[in-house]
Design a protein. Structure first.
Length: 191
């Protein structure tokens, strides 16, 4: 690719099915914005405790070519995600809204070998293997899933930890029934 070459700027479709086949191998750059509902992202929908109309993610994509010393320019993909998903709070076991606002940067490569050779210490961007029929929708869904908290919970002070359904008396009876196995050793030492 020549440095003075003007690249075609392609506007991405907002239709989820159109995002399943994007030709990132063509010498052109892409940009686009849209909204994906939870139903457009089936793996994300499996994680949701409740799906409320209007829940989903605004996405934005922009690619550009960046010079790389000693080699051809690399294509860079900037992905932005912003939206809401309802999960189960692990403290109170009630539904809680999780708001995501993520920005990711990828360097687009054509083969796994290139991705494997990419420096691990580069935390600003990670390699993404692309082809002529790249599934951008799947990558968006992957990034949403990776952005979810490991332990979803309400902000501190919003909810109380989930307590056992057993009453106090039942809990005490259950504790007394399970005698400490080391009491036998304690009694042996006394004798």
């Amino acid at each position: 690719m020549k440095h003075n070459q003007v690249l075609l700027q392609v506007e991405l479709s907002i239709e989820p099915n159109a995002l399943k086949k994007v030709d990132f191998c063509a010498p052109q750059s892409y940009q686009g914005t849209g909204f994906l509902s939870i139903s457009d992202l089936p793996r994300v929908a499996e994680e949701a405790s409740t799906i409320i109309p209007g829940d989903g993610f605004d996405w934005s994509v922009k690619t550009h070519f960046e010079d790389s010393p000693g080699s051809e320019p690399h294509q860079i993909l900037d992905l932005g995600l912003k939206g809401r998903l309802h999960l189960v709070c692990q403290r109170c076991l009630q539904g809680c809204a999780i708001d995501l606002d993520e920005k990711c940067r990828f360097v687009l490569v054509l083969a796994d070998v290139e991705a494997d050779a990419y420096p691990i210490e580069d935390e600003k961007q990670e390699p993404l293997v692309v082809n002529q029929h790249f599934n951008l929708l799947e990558t968006i869904e992957d990034e949403v899933l990776l952005s979810l908290p490991l332990i979803p919970k309400h902000p501190d002070g919003f909810c109380e930890p989930h307590t056992s359904t057993f009453g106090d008396e039942e809990g005490e009876v259950a504790a007394n029934e399970h005698e400490n196995p080391f009491n036998i050793l304690k009694n042996m030492k006394k004798n």
